[in-house]
Structure formats: C-alpha cells, structure tokens
Design a binder for this molecule. Structure first.
Ligand SMILES: C[S@@+](CC[C@H](N)C(=O)[O-])C[C@H]1O[C@@H](n2cnc3c(N)ncnc32)[C@H](O)[C@@H]1O
Length: 475
C-alpha cells in the first residue's frame, strides 16, 4: 500500500514540477478494491467546463519530446510509424531508469495487465467462438519487435545504451523472453493508455475521446499523457474530455461532477470483447455496444453447401467493397433486424441468391440488391447462418445462464475467476444478440409463410380482390 500511495504521490509531485496545473478539486484515488487500479475522483463539486488539469505538451511521453528523437534520424521514426516509434521511445526511456524525465511516471504505470494478450490458453478458451480470440495479435507484435524494432535498436545501440560498452550485446539480448515481455508491456500500455496527439496547429478532429486509434496508418503521433491516462471509463458515465491546446493538453469537465464522484474519460463505443482485448476489463454499461461477428469463411461454407457460392459474384461484390473478412451483428435499441444486421452481409447474401439473369442485369448497371429489401430466401439463408454461428460456441446460451439470474457478476473474484466471469459475460452478450436475430428472422419467415399461404389460398380459389379480404371472410 505504502509503495502504491508513495508512487502516486511522487508522480503528482513530478507532474507539478513538470509544469502541470492540477485543480485542488480532484485527487488520484486507489480503486484497487474495485479492480480498477488508480482513478481520479472529485473531492469537491465541479462545474461543467471547469478545468480539471492542464498538462504541458512538453510533459507528454512522445517521440517528439524524447531525446532519442534528436539522436536517431527522423526517417527511422517515419519508417516505424506511430505505434512502433512510441514503443521504441518508451523502451529507451525505460532503460534510462532514474535518468529518464519520465521515471516517476513509469512507476505508476502497470506492469501487469488483464488484456487478452496476457490470458492463458484455458482463459481464452472461455471466450469460445468469440471473434475477438483471433484479434489478439501476439504473434504480429512479436514479429514487429523482431523484424522492425530490434534492427533499429541494434543499428543505434551506442545511442540506445549510451555509455555502456556492452551496448551491442545488450541490443542483441533484447531478443530474449524477458525483453520480449518488456516490449509487450510497452505495447499494452500504448493500447490502453496512449492518446493520439493532435498537433498544435491542426484543427483535425481526433477520436471523439482522443484515445489512440488502433489504425496502424493513422497519421497522428501517439503519446502518453500523464494523469489524463489515470482516468477510467465506464461507457456513458463519461464526464470529462481532453482538449488539445497550443502548449498544453487540458482535461475539462463535460458536465457538473459532484464531490465523491469518479472522473471518467471515454474510451469509445467498444463492444465488451474489444474492451477486454484492449483494456482488460468490462462493465455492464458496455453491453449496448456488443457485437457478434459472422466470418466470411462461415458465409462461404454455408453458401457452398447450399450450392449458391459463386466466385464471379464474390469478385463483383469485392469490386463494390462489400466483401470483408467478417460481418458485424450489433445491438439495436429498440431491436430491428435492419439496424442489427450488417447491410453488407444482407447484400452479400441477396447477391448470391439472385437468379442468373437478375444478377447480370444489376452487374451491367454497377448496382447491388438493396439491403433494406431482404427477401424470404435471404432471410432463410441468414437464419441458417446465424444458427451455424451459434453452433460454433461450445455451450448454449442456456448452459451459460444456468445457475445465475442475470449475467454473472465479474466483481469479487480472484484474478482467474474474474477472467472466466468476464469471458462468460462476453460470450453471453454475443449469443444473446445472435439469438435475438435468429428469433426475428424466424418470425419474419413465419410472417412471410403466412402471407404467401394466404396469397396461395386466395389464388387457388381464383378470386383475388385488390386490397380486400372479403373472399376469405366469405369463405
Ligand atoms: C487509461 S488506464 C486508466 C488508469 C488505470 N486505472 C490505472 O490504474 O493505471 C486504463 C485501464 O484502467 C482500467 N480501467 C479503466 N476503466 C475501468 C473501469 N470502469 N473498471 C475497471 N477498470 C478500469 C483498465 O485496467 C484499463 O486498462
């Protein structure tokens, strides 16, 4: 406890020395009892728009501010891109120990994470068929380190390990497990803590919440913003935001915050699966953003079995930007099929189902079926698809829910149980969503069946009356 509090106090003192302005109405709080690490809490009532803290741009841990950027050619950082460049700088500053400007900051940044990268096989298995399991990227992170970062560190070893005559060996030793783990730590910190740093002059809108985007190509440099990254998030409980000013980054209240309330940033509308992958926690408030992904592979398998798979049509759909590796099914409130089903998925299915001449007609005009005009055949195929998707999970929704009234609480468990409980909540969320779509499609089909049955009956009696049901009533 003393170490935890001591590190927090030393960090706040360092921040003040670095020129930060911190409102006396907030404090850094130990939230470990709630499995939330540190957080920022209001100690007095705060008004809307009030400044919570102001961090000078010079205190941001970034490529621009690290002396490494004065020693290594700018072209090297350009070649590495924002992610790898920040990892490089963080490793450099970390290896500098107490000599680093950011030493006090490093001591409040975690070394252990609950993000999926750190989950064991049996913990990951609890996520079952969630698509997030394939998005963890541990191997690609290792490759990036070995193939991009390590060669740079070796090339500039005398700078990286300045004053150490063993610099070349130390660079070579970075290959070992322990150092790979260090690289993962820096990568994980960037993923959960870094911001995209909007340049002084540009008015370009960053992520709404300013948190670092995951897009490798995103041009904005990334930086670690001390204190701003001590804010937790809980979906719509967001009450503060970082503003990019000319010489500082200002955290301001977005609404009145009462004494005792936590100050929350916004990590974005992330499904719980992604929240777990990127931040290592979930709360029920994020269930509104849950996503169940249907892979293109599953669509292909099912279409092949149904005899409707066509390379030519897929090629055309690809030209039209419809083909993807997976399609999202999202929560909608109130639920509608149209809002929840990915329009691209509906277009893909409807295109595969078109009669030959109809496909040729649309193709010749460069057109596609309209996603809002789902046919009965489309609904039937989608129903089978959703059922096949549900069958990919090892247990049913009922199995998962048995023994608990609602989604099991993720609080108050030991670390492993908590990961199991979080995984269970994620897969329950996805299965519920798929089940909702399954039921809606089945209902839609039964309505279509009734309609066509009625039409057939009317037809068979040979007396169709426009806009009326009189014949049936008479019968
Ligand atoms: C930007 S940091 C926030 C500061 C962090 N709590 C700390 O102690 O360093 C993001 C991390 O905080 C934790 N976190 C954020 N919001 C949370 C919440 N509502 N509940 C639990 N943990 C949360 C997660 O571990 C996440 O990866």
């Amino acid at each position: 406890m003393a170490d935890f509090d001591g590190a927090g106090q030393a960090f706040m003192a360092w921040l003040q020395q670095a020129g930060a302005e911190v409102s006396p109405k907030i404090k850094l709080e130990d939230l470990r009892h709630a499995q939330a690490g540190r957080g920022v809490v209001a100690t007095q009532d705060i008004a809307e728009h009030e400044l919570l803290f102001r961090i000078p741009r010079s205190a941001v841990l970034s490529v621009e501010n690290s002396i490494l950027s004065k020693e290594i050619p700018a072209a090297t950082f350009e070649m590495l891109g924002p992610w790898a460049s920040l990892i490089l700088v963080m490793l450099y500053e970390y290896f500098n120990g107490d000599a680093s400007n950011w030493a006090a900051y490093f001591s409040v940044l975690p070394a252990d994470f609950n993000t999926l990268m750190y989950w064991t096989e049996d913990e990951l298995a609890e996520l079952q068929a969630s698509a997030v399991v394939h998005k963890i990227g541990k191997e690609s992170a290792n490759d990036m380190f070995l193939e991009q970062l390590l060669p740079v560190i070796k090339e500039f070893a005398p700078i990286f390990f300045a004053g150490d005559e063993r610099a070349p060996q130390r660079a070579e030793e970075l290959r070992d497990e322990r150092n790979l783990a260090l690289m993962h730590r820096m990568g994980s910190l960037i993923m959960a803590y870094a911001f995209d740093i909007e340049p002084t002059v540009s008015k370009k809108d960053v992520d709404e919440e300013g948190y670092a985007s995951e897009d490798e190509d995103a041009a904005l440099p990334k930086g670690m913003v001390p204190l701003a990254d001590m804010l937790n998030a809980d979906a719509d409980r967001n009450n503060a935001r970082l503003f990019y000013e000319a010489s500082s980054l200002d955290m301001k209240a977005l609404k009145p915050i009462r004494a005792g309330e936590e100050v929350f940033n916004d990590y974005g509308p992330l499904p719980r699966s992604d929240l777990l992958r990127r931040y290592g926690y979930i709360t029920d408030n994020y269930a509104q953003y849950d996503v169940a992904e249907v892979s293109m592979d599953l669509v292909t398998d099912l279409a092949s079995t149904a005899g409707i798979y066509s390379e030519a049509r897929i090629a055309y759909l690809d030209e039209q930007d419809v083909v993807d590796t997976g399609y999202d099914i999202v929560v909608s409130t109130p639920f509608t099929l149209q809002e929840s089903l990915s329009p691209e998925l509906v277009v893909l299915v409807e295109t595969l189902l078109l009669p030959g001449d109809e496909f040729e007609r649309l193709q010749s005009k460069g057109k596609l079926p309209k996603p809002e005009k789902m046919t009965s055949h489309g609904a039937e195929f989608l129903l089978r698809l959703v059922q096949a998707r549900l069958a990919q999970y090892a247990t049913s929704l009922e199995d998962d829910m048995s023994g608990c009234a609602g989604v099991p609480s993720v609080a108050g468990h030991d670390a492993k149980e908590r990961r199991f409980a979080m995984a269970r909540a994620v897969r329950i969320g996805e299965k519920r969503l798929l089940r909702q779509v399954e039921e809606a499609l089945a209902e839609r089909l039964s309505r279509d069946g009734n309609t066509s049955k009625r039409a057939r009956e009317v037809d068979e009696e040979g007396d169709v009356e426009m806009g009326g049901t009189g014949k049936k009533q008479r019968a």
